[in-house]
Ligand binder design. Structure first.
Ligand code: ZN
Length: 207
């Protein structure tokens, strides 16, 4: 528990160009940190033999996690693919499942993938100016489907906490891959054995 109280207003600068702040150090996740989340493990290993790209970074400002406080920051997911699967964040549930979150996109384009413990899933396409409301109970992951950094600003209840483990071990039901140049939502082949229903829903025209 972070007990440091915030008693005064403060500001922090995030660049509208690239989402980065010069006021704080970001948390960085390279391929080596998140390689297990990609569907094509062979491709991830082959890539790691050549390089270890930065997949995403985000800011944890260490806000007090007391009821009534808010946590916020930016998340930047870089363009790229492992095999045909786009770069993405690990994704997480909130420790307190009954807490929602808002993400506002200000650069790039991408998808917010969501699913709840009951197995319902959803995704929303994001582009600059679009905000997405991630409902309570839904795990969420940012996926960059463009060729520039995908930058969002997020805000949620500071005491919500993060549960990365469930997603790390189970993955998301749906992944987003490049099919002939089009971002396409398909079943996660590591979760669903059926090969006949891979193409689930083609994303309607991107924004
Ligand atoms: Zn969250």
């Amino acid at each position: 528990m972070n007990v440091r109280a915030i008693e005064k207003a403060f500001t922090i600068l995030f660049s509208l160009e690239n989402g980065l702040s010069t006021d704080k150090e970001s948390a960085k996740r390279h391929l080596t940190d998140v390689k297990q989340m990609f569907a094509d493990q062979e491709e991830a290993e082959a890539r790691l033999k050549k390089e270890n790209p930065l997949i995403y970074e985000f800011y944890d400002l260490g806000m007090p996690d007391a009821p009534g406080d808010l946590a916020f920051g930016t998340s930047i997911t870089y363009p790229g693919k492992i095999g045909d699967e786009y770069f993405m964040t690990k994704g997480h549930f909130h420790g307190i499942l009954e807490t929602a979150e808002v993400y506002f996109c200000f650069q790039g384009q991408g998808i917010m993938m969501m699913e709840n413990p009951e197995g319902e899933w959803d995704f929303q396409c994001l582009a600059p100016g679009k905000a997405v409301y991630v409902p309570k109970r839904f795990a969420h992951r940012s996926i960059n489907t463009g060729d520039t950094p995908f930058c969002t600003f997020f805000c949620f209840r500071a005491d919500a906490g993060h549960d990365y483990k469930t997603i790390e071990t189970k993955g998301f039901r749906k992944i987003v891959v490049d099919k002939n140049g089009e971002p396409t939502v398909v079943d996660n082949p590591r979760m669903v054995a059926c090969g006949s229903c891979r193409l689930v829903r083609r994303i309607e025209k991107m924004l």
